[in-house]
Design a binder for this molecule. Structure first.
Ligand code: AP5
Length: 220
Protein backbone atom coordinates (compact mmCIF):
# COMPACT_ATOMS: atom_id res chain seq x y z
CA UNK A 1 0.00 0.00 0.00
CA UNK A 2 1.56 3.27 -1.11
CA UNK A 3 -0.75 6.18 -0.45
CA UNK A 4 -0.53 9.95 -0.75
CA UNK A 5 -2.80 12.17 1.36
CA UNK A 6 -3.86 15.46 -0.19
CA UNK A 7 -5.97 18.13 1.45
CA UNK A 8 -5.82 21.65 2.81
CA UNK A 9 -4.37 22.57 6.22
CA UNK A 10 -6.68 21.32 8.97
CA UNK A 11 -8.37 18.68 6.80
CA UNK A 12 -7.22 15.99 9.24
CA UNK A 13 -4.48 14.41 7.10
CA UNK A 14 -2.13 13.93 10.05
CA UNK A 15 -4.88 12.47 12.24
CA UNK A 16 -5.98 9.98 9.59
CA UNK A 17 -2.42 9.18 8.43
CA UNK A 18 -1.54 7.99 11.92
CA UNK A 19 -4.65 5.80 12.10
CA UNK A 20 -4.12 4.31 8.63
CA UNK A 21 -0.45 3.59 9.26
CA UNK A 22 -1.25 1.94 12.60
CA UNK A 23 -4.07 -0.12 11.07
CA UNK A 24 -1.87 -1.51 8.30
CA UNK A 25 1.54 -1.46 9.99
CA UNK A 26 3.11 0.72 7.33
CA UNK A 27 5.40 3.76 7.53
CA UNK A 28 3.83 7.16 8.17
CA UNK A 29 5.85 9.93 6.56
CA UNK A 30 4.81 13.47 7.46
CA UNK A 31 6.96 16.07 5.74
CA UNK A 32 5.69 18.77 8.13
CA UNK A 33 6.89 16.73 11.14
CA UNK A 34 10.26 16.01 9.50
CA UNK A 35 10.78 19.74 8.83
CA UNK A 36 9.70 20.78 12.34
CA UNK A 37 12.08 18.23 13.88
CA UNK A 38 14.93 19.52 11.72
CA UNK A 39 14.12 23.10 12.76
CA UNK A 40 13.95 22.13 16.46
CA UNK A 41 17.43 20.57 16.16
CA UNK A 42 18.69 23.83 14.67
CA UNK A 43 20.16 22.26 11.54
CA UNK A 44 20.82 24.67 8.67
CA UNK A 45 18.17 23.17 6.35
CA UNK A 46 15.74 22.97 9.26
CA UNK A 47 16.13 26.64 10.08
CA UNK A 48 15.84 27.60 6.40
CA UNK A 49 12.62 25.56 6.19
CA UNK A 50 11.23 27.19 9.33
CA UNK A 51 11.36 30.60 7.66
CA UNK A 52 9.07 29.37 4.88
CA UNK A 53 6.79 27.47 7.25
CA UNK A 54 6.28 30.40 9.61
CA UNK A 55 5.20 32.54 6.65
CA UNK A 56 2.82 29.85 5.43
CA UNK A 57 4.84 29.36 2.24
CA UNK A 58 6.12 26.11 0.76
CA UNK A 59 9.70 24.95 1.20
CA UNK A 60 11.51 24.80 -2.19
CA UNK A 61 10.91 21.70 -4.29
CA UNK A 62 14.56 20.59 -4.56
CA UNK A 63 14.94 20.43 -0.79
CA UNK A 64 11.62 18.58 -0.36
CA UNK A 65 12.36 16.05 -3.09
CA UNK A 66 15.81 15.28 -1.64
CA UNK A 67 14.39 14.88 1.85
CA UNK A 68 11.56 12.55 0.79
CA UNK A 69 13.74 10.42 -1.48
CA UNK A 70 16.14 9.85 1.43
CA UNK A 71 13.24 8.89 3.67
CA UNK A 72 11.71 6.52 1.10
CA UNK A 73 15.03 4.71 0.79
CA UNK A 74 14.75 3.48 4.40
CA UNK A 75 13.78 -0.20 4.87
CA UNK A 76 10.61 0.53 6.87
CA UNK A 77 8.90 1.73 3.66
CA UNK A 78 9.29 -1.65 1.97
CA UNK A 79 5.83 -2.88 3.02
CA UNK A 80 4.19 0.39 2.12
CA UNK A 81 3.85 3.97 3.28
CA UNK A 82 1.54 6.90 3.80
CA UNK A 83 2.87 10.19 2.50
CA UNK A 84 1.23 13.00 4.48
CA UNK A 85 2.12 16.36 2.94
CA UNK A 86 4.12 15.27 -0.11
CA UNK A 87 3.86 15.93 -3.00
CA UNK A 88 2.41 19.45 -2.86
CA UNK A 89 3.47 20.76 -6.25
CA UNK A 90 3.49 19.34 -9.76
CA UNK A 91 7.34 19.11 -9.88
CA UNK A 92 7.27 17.17 -6.58
CA UNK A 93 4.59 14.84 -7.97
CA UNK A 94 6.62 14.22 -11.13
CA UNK A 95 9.75 13.48 -9.10
CA UNK A 96 7.84 10.99 -6.93
CA UNK A 97 6.20 9.34 -9.92
CA UNK A 98 9.58 8.89 -11.66
CA UNK A 99 11.30 7.56 -8.54
CA UNK A 100 8.56 4.99 -7.86
CA UNK A 101 8.44 3.96 -11.54
CA UNK A 102 12.18 3.28 -11.44
CA UNK A 103 11.74 0.76 -8.64
CA UNK A 104 8.52 -0.66 -10.13
CA UNK A 105 6.39 0.27 -7.12
CA UNK A 106 3.86 2.91 -8.20
CA UNK A 107 1.37 4.62 -5.93
CA UNK A 108 -1.74 2.63 -4.96
CA UNK A 109 -3.96 5.71 -4.67
CA UNK A 110 -4.21 9.34 -3.61
CA UNK A 111 -6.78 10.29 -0.99
CA UNK A 112 -8.06 13.83 -1.16
CA UNK A 113 -9.62 15.05 2.09
CA UNK A 114 -12.37 17.57 1.39
CA UNK A 115 -13.15 20.28 3.92
CA UNK A 116 -14.57 23.78 3.89
CA UNK A 117 -12.03 26.59 4.50
CA UNK A 118 -13.89 28.00 7.50
CA UNK A 119 -14.01 24.58 9.16
CA UNK A 120 -10.26 24.24 8.59
CA UNK A 121 -9.60 27.64 10.19
CA UNK A 122 -11.80 26.70 13.16
CA UNK A 123 -10.02 23.37 13.70
CA UNK A 124 -6.54 24.90 13.52
CA UNK A 125 -7.47 27.68 15.94
CA UNK A 126 -8.07 24.99 18.57
CA UNK A 127 -5.23 22.57 17.69
CA UNK A 128 -2.56 21.69 20.23
CA UNK A 129 0.27 19.37 19.26
CA UNK A 130 2.59 17.02 21.11
CA UNK A 131 6.16 17.94 20.10
CA UNK A 132 7.36 14.49 21.14
CA UNK A 133 5.00 11.84 19.71
CA UNK A 134 3.31 14.28 17.25
CA UNK A 135 -0.25 13.46 18.27
CA UNK A 136 -2.66 16.33 17.80
CA UNK A 137 -5.43 17.44 20.12
CA UNK A 138 -8.23 19.90 19.71
CA UNK A 139 -9.52 22.02 22.56
CA UNK A 140 -12.97 21.99 20.96
CA UNK A 141 -13.30 18.46 19.55
CA UNK A 142 -10.68 16.30 21.30
CA UNK A 143 -9.12 17.89 24.39
CA UNK A 144 -6.35 16.07 26.29
CA UNK A 145 -7.35 14.44 29.58
CA UNK A 146 -4.93 16.62 31.57
CA UNK A 147 -4.41 20.31 30.91
CA UNK A 148 -2.06 20.73 27.90
CA UNK A 149 -0.40 17.36 28.49
CA UNK A 150 -0.19 14.57 25.91
CA UNK A 151 -2.43 11.63 26.94
CA UNK A 152 0.05 9.14 25.51
CA UNK A 153 3.57 10.36 26.31
CA UNK A 154 2.94 13.08 28.91
CA UNK A 155 4.87 15.82 27.05
CA UNK A 156 3.68 19.43 27.28
CA UNK A 157 1.45 20.28 24.32
CA UNK A 158 2.14 23.40 22.30
CA UNK A 159 0.59 25.51 19.55
CA UNK A 160 2.26 25.45 16.15
CA UNK A 161 3.85 28.75 15.08
CA UNK A 162 1.92 28.62 11.78
CA UNK A 163 -1.53 28.08 13.32
CA UNK A 164 -2.45 31.76 13.86
CA UNK A 165 -5.38 32.78 11.68
CA UNK A 166 -3.43 35.07 9.30
CA UNK A 167 -0.89 32.33 8.54
CA UNK A 168 -3.58 29.66 8.22
CA UNK A 169 -5.39 31.78 5.61
CA UNK A 170 -2.10 32.24 3.73
CA UNK A 171 -1.52 28.46 3.86
CA UNK A 172 -5.00 27.90 2.41
CA UNK A 173 -4.19 30.30 -0.46
CA UNK A 174 -0.88 28.58 -1.16
CA UNK A 175 -2.64 25.21 -1.10
CA UNK A 176 -5.18 26.42 -3.66
CA UNK A 177 -2.48 27.88 -5.91
CA UNK A 178 0.16 25.13 -5.80
CA UNK A 179 -1.48 21.91 -4.61
CA UNK A 180 -4.98 22.01 -6.12
CA UNK A 181 -3.50 21.29 -9.60
CA UNK A 182 -2.35 17.93 -8.25
CA UNK A 183 -5.96 16.79 -8.08
CA UNK A 184 -6.08 16.82 -11.88
CA UNK A 185 -2.56 15.34 -12.12
CA UNK A 186 -3.60 12.30 -10.06
CA UNK A 187 -7.15 12.11 -11.47
CA UNK A 188 -5.69 11.78 -14.98
CA UNK A 189 -3.72 8.79 -13.73
CA UNK A 190 -6.80 7.17 -12.19
CA UNK A 191 -5.38 7.48 -8.67
CA UNK A 192 -7.58 10.15 -7.05
CA UNK A 193 -10.21 9.19 -4.44
CA UNK A 194 -12.16 11.74 -2.41
CA UNK A 195 -12.95 11.48 1.29
CA UNK A 196 -15.42 13.78 3.02
CA UNK A 197 -13.29 15.03 5.93
CA UNK A 198 -16.08 16.77 7.87
CA UNK A 199 -17.76 15.03 10.78
CA UNK A 200 -16.37 13.20 13.82
CA UNK A 201 -12.86 11.74 13.57
CA UNK A 202 -14.05 8.13 13.82
CA UNK A 203 -16.56 8.64 11.02
CA UNK A 204 -13.83 10.12 8.81
CA UNK A 205 -11.62 7.13 9.67
CA UNK A 206 -14.37 4.75 8.54
CA UNK A 207 -14.65 6.64 5.25
CA UNK A 208 -10.87 6.56 4.83
CA UNK A 209 -10.64 2.81 5.46
CA UNK A 210 -13.51 2.24 3.04
CA UNK A 211 -11.73 4.31 0.39
CA UNK A 212 -8.67 2.04 0.52
CA UNK A 213 -10.42 -1.28 1.23
CA UNK A 214 -9.84 -2.71 -2.25
CA UNK A 215 -6.15 -1.84 -2.05
CA UNK A 216 -5.75 -3.67 1.25
CA UNK A 217 -6.86 -6.82 -0.53
CA UNK A 218 -4.03 -6.39 -3.00
CA UNK A 219 -1.51 -6.31 -0.12
CA UNK A 220 1.54 -4.26 -1.16
P1 AP5 B 1 2.09 20.28 7.51
O1 AP5 B 1 2.54 20.07 8.88
O2 AP5 B 1 1.96 19.12 6.62
O3 AP5 B 1 0.76 21.14 7.57
P2 AP5 B 1 -0.57 21.19 6.66
O4 AP5 B 1 -0.52 20.46 5.38
O5 AP5 B 1 -0.87 22.63 6.57
O6 AP5 B 1 -1.58 20.38 7.46
P3 AP5 B 1 -1.88 20.46 8.98
O7 AP5 B 1 -0.87 19.66 9.74
O8 AP5 B 1 -2.08 21.87 9.43
O9 AP5 B 1 -3.35 19.80 9.05
P4 AP5 B 1 -3.81 18.30 8.92
O10 AP5 B 1 -4.60 18.16 7.67
O11 AP5 B 1 -2.67 17.34 9.12
O12 AP5 B 1 -4.81 18.24 10.15
P5 AP5 B 1 -4.68 17.54 11.58
O13 AP5 B 1 -4.86 16.06 11.44
O14 AP5 B 1 -3.50 18.03 12.32
O15 AP5 B 1 3.09 21.28 6.78
C1 AP5 B 1 3.48 22.47 7.42
C2 AP5 B 1 4.38 23.30 6.52
O16 AP5 B 1 5.55 22.54 6.14
C3 AP5 B 1 3.77 23.72 5.17
O17 AP5 B 1 2.96 24.87 5.30
C4 AP5 B 1 5.06 24.00 4.37
O18 AP5 B 1 5.65 25.21 4.74
C5 AP5 B 1 5.98 22.89 4.83
N1 AP5 B 1 5.88 21.69 3.98
C6 AP5 B 1 5.48 20.44 4.36
N2 AP5 B 1 5.50 19.60 3.33
C7 AP5 B 1 5.91 20.32 2.25
C8 AP5 B 1 6.10 20.02 0.87
N3 AP5 B 1 5.87 18.78 0.38
N4 AP5 B 1 6.51 21.01 0.05
C9 AP5 B 1 6.77 22.24 0.51
N5 AP5 B 1 6.59 22.60 1.81
C10 AP5 B 1 6.16 21.65 2.67
O19 AP5 B 1 -6.02 18.12 12.25
C11 AP5 B 1 -6.14 19.49 12.53
C12 AP5 B 1 -6.92 19.70 13.83
O20 AP5 B 1 -8.26 19.24 13.64
C13 AP5 B 1 -6.37 18.91 15.03
O21 AP5 B 1 -6.60 19.67 16.19
C14 AP5 B 1 -7.22 17.63 15.06
O22 AP5 B 1 -7.35 17.10 16.36
C15 AP5 B 1 -8.56 18.17 14.55
N6 AP5 B 1 -9.31 17.19 13.75
C16 AP5 B 1 -8.85 16.29 12.86
N7 AP5 B 1 -9.87 15.59 12.32
C17 AP5 B 1 -11.00 16.07 12.88
C18 AP5 B 1 -12.39 15.77 12.74
N8 AP5 B 1 -12.81 14.82 11.88
N9 AP5 B 1 -13.28 16.48 13.47
C19 AP5 B 1 -12.87 17.44 14.34
N10 AP5 B 1 -11.57 17.77 14.52
C20 AP5 B 1 -10.65 17.10 13.81
Amino acid sequence: MRIVLLGPPGAGKGTQARRLAESYGIANISTGDILRDAAAKGTEPGLAAKGYMDRGEYVPDDMMVRLVMERLARPDTRDGFILDGFPRTVPQAQALENALAEIGRPLSCVLKFKIDDEMAVKRLAARWTCPSCKRTYNMEYKPPKLDKECDVCGAQLHRRDDDDEVTVRRRLEVYRRDTKPLEFFFWERGLLREVDAEGPEDVVTDRTLEAVSDIVDLAT
